[in-house]
Design a protein around this ligand. Structure first.
Ligand SMILES: O=P(O)(O)OC[C@H]1O[C@H](OP(=O)(O)OP(=O)(O)O)[C@H](O)[C@@H]1O
Ligand SMILES: O=c1cc[nH]c(=O)[nH]1
Ligand SMILES: [Mg+2]
Length: 219
């Protein structure tokens, strides 16, 4: 698996990630969601550079212009619920894309909240055969949700290409995905890689619970 960490370069992206992490700015839920969406827009732009392009002719009112545009048949796929603002950001840019959704939520199997399991309940997707699948989820902690989402989407066909995107990845999550995708045909794009998970499997320093910060706490 190839990894592109977009925070390695200086750009406005880093400002949005810093705001996502900031406990004071997080009180503004609309800004939190919008910052994830803006990061999705920037990531989509960066990821568009890795697509397959061909030159086309465009009829203008005054003549014919040429443009190199991508030929990928894109499906943007995300994981309920924290993935929704990131998905919107991608769809703002890839506005012709089809879309796919899966629900995955982490729950604790023990009273001490140390053992996390992931539960998948719902999947809605077009045929993924021969498509370019952009699998986007803001947080990659253990990597379990991303792996199960990928396996759930595989029941809808075999994409020609897979590109994954997350805002904050943990080192453990990156290693988990690299084991799942040992070749270099899959790329993981992210805006930060954080060093550790805490005992509850939250990314540290991370940002907290992306789903709760976007939409409020759930029971
Ligand atoms: O890599 P993992 O350890 O699987 O954790 C990452 C998952 O955690 C978050 O979802 P969460 O389960 O909190 O659900 P939510 O979107 O409803 O908050 C996030 O959106 C990922 O899907
Ligand atoms: O740190 C984490 C880990 C999983 N999900 C989140 O929202 N945050
Ligand atoms: Mg959550």
């Amino acid at each position: 698996m190839k990894i592109v960490n977009l925070s390695e370069g200086n750009s406005l992206l880093n400002q949005y990630v810093a705001e996502l992490r900031d406990v004071h700015v997080q009180k503004d839920r609309m800004r939190f969601r919008r910052n994830i969406e803006r990061i999705g827009e920037i990531m989509a732009y960066e990821m568009s550079k890795a697509l397959t392009y061909s030159v086309k002719q465009v009829q203008t009112p005054l003549g014919t212009a040429t443009a190199s545009t991508h030929d990928d048949k894109i499906v943007i796929a995300t994981v309920f619920r924290a993935g929704l603002p990131l998905h919107t950001g991608f769809l703002n840019m890839f506005d012709h894309a089809d879309n796919a959704f899966v629900s995955a939520f982490r729950f604790y199997k023990d009273d001490e909240h140390h053992i996390v399991d992931v539960h998948i309940e719902y999947i809605a997707a077009p045929s993924l055969n021969d498509r370019t699948l952009l699998l986007v989820d803001p947080m990659l902690a253990t990597g379990e949700s991303m792996e199960l989402a990928w396996k759930a989407f595989l029941t809808k066909g075999r994409p020609a290409k897979l590109q994954m995107a997350c805002v904050i990845a943990s080192q453990q999550g990156v290693e988990h995905m690299a084991e799942l995708f040992p070749g270099d045909d899959v790329t993981l794009w992210c805006a930060a890689i954080d060093p550790v998970l805490d005992e509850h499997k939250y990314i540290v320093p991370g940002l907290g619970d992306a789903g709760d910060l976007s939409f409020g706490e759930k029971l």
